[in-house]
Write a new protein. Structure first.
Length: 173
């Protein structure tokens, strides 16, 4: 697979743009439009470092709301439940570093390839989550609370089986 992972990938109100990776880290720029947010989730394999480059974000960490503006940084250790939301009208932006990389580059390889075929499709993210256990990858994140993750996983597995996504396993091995 020769897909360029170092290009913007848009999902809804968010754009992810990989910048660099090695074994120790994965760095991306992330822009979020008005109303954009990531629901409560946890990263089990990596710490998350944020450098706010535009606008303002509200982080909810274990129920505590923390505001960070342009020029500020924020750190969330692995295993910490958190969510992130754009706090302003307009675009907010962050440079995010995950330490260690923990298969994040593989996520971007798969998503970039899927995005070339169907740009901006939310099914691309569902396909990635379907592929993670089948490829033996470290999961990027899990939704919190756990019962929601279990429901989402069940739905993704059902859609994947019915849609023939197993054919993608060989492609991305």
């Amino acid at each position: 697979m020769t897909t360029n992972i170092f290009r913007p990938i848009k999902f809804g109100k968010e754009v992810f743009h990989a910048k660099h990776y090695d074994e120790d880290s994965f760095v991306m720029d992330w822009t979020v439009e008005t109303g954009g947010k990531v629901p409560p989730h946890v990263h089990h394999h990596m710490d998350e470092h944020f450098n706010i480059t535009q606008g303002e974000f509200i982080f909810d960490v274990n129920g505590e709301k923390i505001s960070k503006k342009k020029g500020e940084t924020f750190f969330i250790p692995k295993g910490t439940i958190h969510s992130v939301a754009n706090a302003v009208k307009g675009i907010s932006a962050i440079t995010v570093t995950y330490s260690p990389c923990a298969d994040t580059h593989r996520m971007f390889q798969i998503l970039a390839d899927l995005d070339e075929q169907k740009p901006g499709s939310m099914l691309n993210m569902m396909k990635y989550f379907y592929l993670v256990p089948r490829l033996g990858l470290k999961e990027f994140s899990t939704i919190h609370p756990a019962f929601v993750m279990n429901m989402v996983t069940g739905i993704v597995n059902l859609i994947g089986k019915l849609s023939g996504w197993n054919r993608l396993v060989d492609k991305y091995k």
